[in-house]
Design a protein around this ligand. Structure first.
Ligand SMILES: Nc1ncnc2c1ncn2[C@@H]1O[C@H](COP(=O)(O)OP(=O)(O)O)[C@@H](O)[C@H]1O
Ligand SMILES: CC(C)(COP(=O)(O)O)[C@@H](O)C(=O)NCCC(=O)O
Ligand SMILES: [K+]
Length: 254
């Protein structure tokens, strides 16, 4: 009864195989593939795993990528399900104007984070930050309603935008410092504090809106880069998307 969870972002595909589609399932195998290399999954990471009984994935990288990944599953007799954000799932209400237009990865991350915080105590408002190709900063109130969220460029996109829009900003990666005194540090610190600042504003807005201190969770491939510069209450969670997919799978595949 193994279960394969897949998270396809705009840069990388992440997958995780579980012994069952249940909340505390044992993880059997995990892998990461850059989108340029997803044709190799069937003969690479997925060649040696037992055929999964269920597959649930979220994809924000477009239909062509999704089809290419599905082709890699033809060796198995399984019909993958792909998450589409809806108006309600797994305890979370979706306040987006058009619920289905919310990125599936944001929806899954919020559901994972919501249950993670609930497992620790009474419901609190929640801020979920995902630092991937883009950065998203999403807010949920203490009743489980997604109130709305921010989308920002990620580190790579910010740097490329500055490089292509100016004549003099082609420099190596720098360090994050409070008062940068060279171009490299100025660019790296600018990007990092742009993200940290947006996050601080969202935490403040949510605290004000709900009148309670939010639970704060961060995830994503570039989360470790942001961690030292984040407001102190943030917890970095590597498997948040997979936690969310497991929550959903436990309800779908019973
Ligand atoms: N080893 C790495 N290789 C490439 N990018 C990395 C690596 N470690 C962290 N990153 C950062 O993580 C981002 C990709 O994170 P990820 O969560 O996989 O994004 P997405 O979900 O959008 O595909 C990259 O934009 C990069 O900034
Ligand atoms: C905001 C995103 C581009 C983030 O993508 P990622 O950085 O995870 O690759 C993705 O969630 C997306 O395409 N969302 C759809 C638009 C929306 O959420 O409003
Ligand atoms: K992502």
């Amino acid at each position: 009864m193994t279960f394969l969870a897949i998270d396809i972002g705009n840069t990388r595909l992440k997958w995780s195989l579980y012994a069952s589609a249940t909340r505390d399932a044992a993880m059997l195998a995990q892998g990461v593939e850059f989108l340029e290399h997803i044709e190799k999954l069937a003969e690479g990471g997925w060649a040696s795993i037992a055929p999964p009984r269920h597959v649930l994935g979220c994809v924000v990288a477009g239909d062509t990528v999704r089809r290419r990944v599905q082709e890699q599953m033809e060796q198995w007799d399984v019909f993958p399900q792909w998450v589409v954000a809806s108006s309600y799932e797994a305890g979370v209400n979706n306040g987006y104007d058009y619920p289905a237009r919310l990125g599936a990865d944001r929806w899954v991350a919020m559901i994972g984070a919501w249950h993670r915080c609930l497992a620790r105590g009474p419901a609190r408002p929640l801020v979920v930050v995902m630092v991937g190709t883009a950065v998203t900063v999403d807010a949920i109130d203490a009743s489980g309603r997604f109130l709305g969220g921010l989308i920002l460029p990620g580190h790579g996109i910010m740097l490329r935008a500055l490089e292509s829009g100016t004549a003099g900003l082609h420099v190596p990666t720098g360090n994050v410092v409070e008062f940068p005194t060279n171009t490299s540090d100025a660019l790296t610190s600018g990007g990092t504090f742009a993200i940290a600042g947006a996050v601080e504003r969202m935490v403040a807005h949510l605290r004000q809106r709900c009148g309670a201190e939010p639970c704060c969770v961060m995830t994503g491939g570039a989360g470790w880069k942001m961690a030292p510069s984040m407001p102190s209450q943030f917890e970095l969670v590597d498997n948040l998307l997979f936690d969310g997919l497991l929550e959903m799978a436990a309800r779908r595949f019973v």
